[in-house]
Design a protein. Structure first.
Length: 73
């Protein structure tokens, strides 16, 4: 099982948020703009789920506690 790589390595694959994720994060953080935020795509467990921790560009720990986006519906 892989741990959350978001806080450990900038080499793990990340992508910028899609519009639905951006809207969710804006509401959750009460921000007007989340353009610089990315979501971690590291596989977890058996590989059927992704880490989905949020980071800002390559700031490894933008939040006191890791912030994870829910799995897509």
């Amino acid at each position: 099982m892989r741990s959350c790589i978001t806080c450990k390595s900038p080499e793990e694959e990340h992508r910028f948020l899609n519009p639905k994720e951006a809207a969710l994060l804006k509401k959750r953080l009460d921000l007007k703009n989340v353009d610089g935020y990315m979501v971690c795509l590291a596989p977890l467990g058996d590989g059927t789920k992704q880490c989905r921790n949020v980071r800002k560009y390559f700031d490894k720990k933008p939040f006191q506690e890791p912030l994870r986006l829910p799995e897509p519906e």
